[in-house]
Design a protein. Structure first.
Length: 288
């Protein structure tokens, strides 16, 4: 497995793969890899002949009071993990490589970034879409792989790719969870043992929402309030609980179509997100 530190290096690697007739898959990450990332790499290896994993902690998607400086960086472990799972090359640029000059050009997706994490983290999605556009232009993948845990991000990136005519496919893979249901996240390692125990309430609240829905509840407010009580009762500090249209991300009052239930909750200073999809005639994994 190769490691490419510069844009020229990764372009050379991809060019060689394409000359050999290989289909290229990209898994964009910020490192601190876990089984959720692993599922994306494994899926890419199944569907593509040449798998690129990018590892880059992107400064432009962090706000001034967020955790950029302390975001976990575990490069050596990440390299070994990627190799075991069948990646062909890691693209690990520096910030200077990705942003050699003050950034004057940004990619912004309107409307879809107004709510959910976009409301809580101003400027976050501008950084996400801009760095993804850069990665797509640099690597030119046939397919890029994202996780359903970052549901709003997946919707936003899909729309960017469609609107800007990138010649590629976005594949969104199911959430990978710990045995007790907590969604895999690089930020889980911030949690104290006590906070880790509390954090499982996110999954429990989502499962309760599913059960309420299966039993006939279609009113978004009722579902939200039941979840709110469970999360606050467990000691979580709620950033948001939202029920929105799966495609437009606009709030819904009554569930009549595929709907995203999204939560963001603080445990101590750690902010975790999770979600599930409610469908009248489909399972969560069918809606991707």
């Amino acid at each position: 497995m190769n490691i490419a530190a510069t844009i020229n290096d990764i372009r050379h690697c991809v060019r060689s793969a394409r000359q050999a007739g290989k289909r290229v898959g990209l898994v964009p990450t910020m490192g601190a890899l876990h089984a959720g990332h692993g599922s994306l790499i494994e899926q890419a290896a199944k569907e593509c002949d040449y798998v690129v994993v990018s590892i880059f902690v992107n400064p432009t998607q962090f706000g001034p009071n967020e955790d950029f400086a302390r975001y976990p960086r575990t490069f050596d472990q990440d390299v070994a993990y990627c190799q075991r799972l069948g990646a062909d090359v890691i693209f690990a640029p520096t910030a200077e490589q990705m942003y050699p000059h003050p950034q004057r050009t940004w990619v912004e997706v309107e409307k879809l970034t107004d709510g959910l994490c976009g409301a809580s983290r101003p400027g976050h999605f501008r950084g996400v879409t801009t760095v993804c556009a850069k990665l797509f232009n640099i690597v030119t993948p046939d397919v890029a792989y994202f996780g359903q845990k970052d549901a709003q991000q997946a919707v936003v990136i899909r729309r960017m790719v469609e609107d800007l005519n990138f010649p590629m496919t976005i594949r969104v893979c199911p959430i990978v969870r710990e045995p007790d249901g907590l969604a895999m996240s690089s930020r889980n390692r911030y949690l104290s043992p006590a906070e880790r125990q509390k954090a499982v309430c996110l999954y429990q609240a989502l499962e309760t929402c599913r059960r309420d829905f299966a039993q006939g509840c279609r009113a978004a407010n009722g579902l939200i309030e039941h979840m709110r009580g469970l999360i606050e009762g467990a000691g979580g500090r709620i950033d948001y609980i939202c029920i929105v249209d799966f495609e437009t991300l606009e709030p819904v009052e009554t569930i009549t179509r595929p709907t995203l239930v999204a939560v963001a909750v603080f445990f101590g200073s750690t902010r975790l997100i999770d979600n599930c999809v409610l469908c009248l005639h489909q399972t969560e994994n069918n809606v991707q």
